[in-house]
Design a protein around this ligand. Structure first.
Ligand code: GDP
Length: 600
C-alpha cells in the first residue's frame, strides 16, 4: 500500500502539519470532514491515509481536488497533514521545541457571525506562536439567495451568483478583513495576496457544499511550498522527535501515547525519553501502532503494528511506565545519542513551558502543558496572578494550597479540562476554596473575573454599611413638633442619606458644632432607619433645643468622622450617588477651609 511517508523518506521533505482553529460552531469540524471526505478516493493510489489523531492528504489528492488551480509539478512537498482535533486546545497542546507543532493554521470564521471571543483567542495564540495562517470565511452558502455549485473553486461559484448575492458576500468578507486589521494583520481576499508572509489570505468556503475547498487546499499547499520548504527538510533517518497528543489507556497495550512525530523516525524496541509529571520518563518502545485501513477494521483489532515510522505522522506508541506522561510533552528517540543528553533536552523543553508564578495568586490546573501555558498567557493579559500552575486533575493537595492564599479572591482554583477528584471537591466546600471548571479559556477567566467583582461588590457594601454617609438637611418652617428631649422637627433632605444613630452638626461659617444625635426618623408616620435625598421626614434629635442650638430654617449635616470622609473620597467615590458625592465635597470644602489636610 502506498504510504505518504515512503515518499517523505525519499525526498527528505516532510509533510507540513495543519491545524484548524476558530470559534465554536463556526464549522471547524465540518470543514475538516469536508476536506477529508472530498478526498477519500476509495481504492485509488495516493488516497488519504488515516494516522493516529491526524489525516494525511497527499499532493496527488490535493491536486485532484484543486483541479486547474494547481500545477502539481510546482510542488515537491508531499502533501498536508491535518490534525484531526480542531480547536485551540489541541493546537496549544501540540508544541514542538518551544513553538507550535502545527506549521500552518486555518482560522475558521463564520461569514455571518464574524469575529467572536474564541476567534480572538485563537488569533492571540497564533500571534504568540507566530504560526502563519489563512482565514476560511465559512458558510458562504448561507448568504441569502446563494446558489451552490458543489466543490467548485470559489471565484467561479461567486461569479455565478446574482449581483445582490455577490455584494452581500463581499460585505461580510470586508467585515472580516476589517476585523483582522483591527488585530494588526493586513489581510485581503486570497487571490489578491501576493506575499502570504506579510498578509493574511481570506478564503471564502462552505464546509457544507465544498465550495472554496479547492482554493483552501491550494493556498495551504502554496504557502507551505513557498515559505516553509526549508523547515520541512528533515533528516528522515535521524532519531525521531514528537509531541504527545494524548495519553490513553488501550486494551491489550496498557497506557499508550498518541504522538505526532515531526522529525526523524521512531522504531520498535528503541529507547525513548518522554516528558512526565515529575521527571522525564525513560522507556523502551514495545509497539508502534497505526490505524488499520478502514476496509480492514475489525472492532477488536483497530491497530496495525509497524516496525518504523517517519515524520510527519500521527502514531500510537505502546511502552511500559507511561502513566505519568503528559499530553503536550516532548518525546525523543535516544538511538545512538547519550541518554543523559536527551534527558536534559527533554527537561529543558519542559522547563520552557513552566509558568511564571508569584507569591500570591490563584491555583491553575490544566490537562496539558500547552493549555497550561495558554491559560497562563491569557491570565497574564487579564492581570490575574498565579501562585501555582500544574498539569493534572484537581487533588486535595491543590485545595490545601489554594486555601493558604491570604486574599479571598485568590482562594480559587481554575481548572481547565481536568477532573476534580471526589475528596478534593469535598475539601473545597469545607475550606471555602472556590472552584472554576471549564473547557474554554476565556470562560474560565470571565467567570473568575465576575466572581472577583461580586466579592468586591459585597465587600464594598459591607464597608458602605459601616460607614457614615454624607447628608445635608434643612429644618422646615413651622415644623417643630417638640422643642427638646429630644427635639422633633420636620426636615427636608437636600442631599445624601440621613441615618439613625448618627451625630448631627451645624456649621457656623466653616466651624462645625455637634448639636446632638439623630435618634429616630419617621417617614409618613412610619419609623425608618434612614431616608434619602428629596424626602421630607420628621427627625428626633437628642441634645439641642429648638430656638437655642438649632432654629427652624437651619441647615444641618450628618457628622462625618474624618476617617470615613477619607475612605469615601478616596475609595468609594464611584460607588455613592451623585448627590451624596456633592454633599461630601461641600462638607470637605468647609472642613478644609480650616484645615487643608482634613480627611487626606
Ligand atoms: P465547530 O464547532 O467549529 O466544529 O462547528 P461544526 O463543524 O460543528 O459546525 C457547526 C454547525 O454549523 C453544524 O450544524 C454544521 O452543520 C454547520 N455548518 C458548518 N459549516 C457550514 C457551512 O459551510 N454551511 C452551512 N450551511 N452550515 C455549516
Amino acid at each position: 500500500m502506498p504510504d505518504t511517508n515512503t515518499r517523505e523518506n525519499e525526498r527528505g521533505l516532510r509533510t507540513p502539519i495543519v491545524a484548524v482553529l476558530g470559534h465554536v460552531d463556526h464549522g471547524k469540524t465540518s470543514l475538516l470532514d469536508k476536506i477529508r471526505g472530498s478526498t477519500v478516493i476509495e481504492g485509488e493510489a495516493g488516497a488519504i491515509t488515516q494516522h493516529i489523531g491526524a489525516t494525511a492528504i497527499p499532493l496527488d489528492v490535493v491536486s485532484k481536488v484543486a483541479g486547474s488551480l494547481i500545477d502539481p509539478s510546482d510542488f515537491d512537498l508531499p502533501g498536508l497533514l491535518f490534525i484531526d482535533t480542531p480547536g485551540h486546545h489541541s493546537f496549544t497542546t501540540l508544541r514542538s521545541r518551544g513553538g507550535a507543532l502545527a506549521d500552518i493554521a486555518i482560522l475558521v470564521v463564520d461569514v455571518n457571525d464574524g469575529f467572536q471571543p474564541q476567534t480572538l483567542e485563537a488569533i492571540n495564540i497564533l500571534k504568540q506562536s507566530q504560526t502563519p495562517f489563512v482565514v476560511a470565511a465559512n458558510k458562504i452558502d448561507t448568504i441569502p439567495g446563494w446558489k451552490p455549485n458543489e466543490d467548485a473553486p470559489v471565484q467561479q461559484t461567486k461569479e455565478a451568483q446574482s449581483d445582490r448575492v455577490q455584494s452581500a458576500l463581499d460585505e461580510q468578507l470586508y467585515e472580516i478583513i476589517g476585523e483582522l486589521s483591527d488585530e494588526g494583520f493586513s489581510a485581503d481576499m486570497y487571490w489578491r495576496v501576493q506575499d502570504f508572509r506579510g498578509n493574511i489570505g481570506v478564503v471564502p468556503v462552505s464546509a457544507e457544499t465544498g465550495e472554496g475547498v479547492p482554493d483552501l487546499l491550494t493556498v495551504l499547499m502554496g504557502l507551505a511550498q513557498r515559505y516553509m520548504k526549508e523547515d520541512m527538510a528533515i533528516d528522515v533517518t535521524g532519531p525521531g522527535a514528537g509531541t504527545v497528543l494524548e495519553v490513553k489507556e488501550e486494551k491489550g497495550f496498557g497506557t499508550t501515547l498518541d504522538v505526532v512525530l515531526y522529525d526523524g523516525t521512531i522504531r520498535e524496541d528503541e529507547t525513548i525519553v518522554v516528558g512526565g509529571l515529575d521527571d522525564p520518563i525513560v522507556t523502551d518502545v514495545r509497539a508502534i501502532l497505526k490505524p488499520r485501513p478502514l476496509a480492514e477494521i475489525r472492532t477488536e483489532d483497530r491497530f496495525e503494528k509497524v516496525d518504523e515510522i517517519a515524520a510527519a505522522s500521527g502514531v500510537k506508541i505502546a511502552a511500559p511506565d507511561l502513566d505519568d506522561a503528559m499530553a503536550g510533552a516532548p518525546v525523543r528517540v535516544v538511538r545512538d545519542r547519550d541518554i543523559e543528553e536527551v534527558i536534559t533536552e527533554v527537561r529543558a523543553e519542559l522547563s520552557e513551558i513552566e509558568v511564571e508564578t508569584q507569591e500570591q495568586g490563584v491555583v491553575v490546573k490544566a490537562d496539558t502543558l500547552g493549555s497550561l501555558e495558554a491559560i497562563a498567557n491569557a491570565m497574564d493579559e487579564a492581570e490575574i496572578p498565579i501562585m501555582r500552575a500544574e498539569v493534572g486533575d484537581v487533588a486535595p493537595r491543590d485545595i490545601s494550597v489554594a486555601s493558604t492564599a491570604s486574599e479571598d479572591t485568590h482562594k480559587t482554583i481554575l481548572a481547565f479540562n481536568v477532573d476534580v477528584l471526589a475528596d478534593a471537591e469535598k475539601q473545597a466546600e469545607d475550606s471555602d476554596v472556590k472552584l472554576f471548571e471549564s473547557g474554554v479559556i476565556y470562560r474560565l477567566i470571565e467567570e473568575y473575573e465576575e466572581y472577583v467583582e461580586e466579592l468586591e461588590r459585597a465587600q464594598q457594601e459591607t464597608v458602605l454599611d459601616n460607614i457614615t454617609r454624607p447628608a445635608r438637611f434643612q429644618i422646615l418652617k413651622d415644623h417643630t413638633f417638640r422643642q427638646n428631649d429630644p427635639a422633633v422637627v420636620g426636615v427636608e433632605i437636600l442631599a445624601g442619606t440621613v441615618k439613625k444613630n448618627s451625630n448631627v452638626v451645624k456649621f457656623d461659617g466653616n466651624d462645625p458644632t455637634r448639636v446632638g444625635q439623630l435618634k429616630g426618623i419617621q417617614e409618613q408616620g412610619d419609623d425608618v432607619d434612614e431616608a434619602r435625598s428629596g424626602n421630607r421626614v420628621s427627625v428626633a434629635i437628642d441634645g439641642p433645643t429648638v430656638g437655642r442650638q438649632i432654629e427652624e430654617g437651619d441647615e444641618l449635616w450628618m457628622e462625618l468622622p474624618e476617617k470615613h470622609a477619607k475612605i469615601l473620597e478616596q475609595e468609594l467615590a464611584d460607588d455613592i450617588p451623585v448627590d451624596e458625592l456633592e454633599a461630601l465635597q461641600m462638607y470637605l470644602d468647609k472642613r478644609r477651609k480650616r484645615d487643608p489636610f482634613w480627611g487626606k
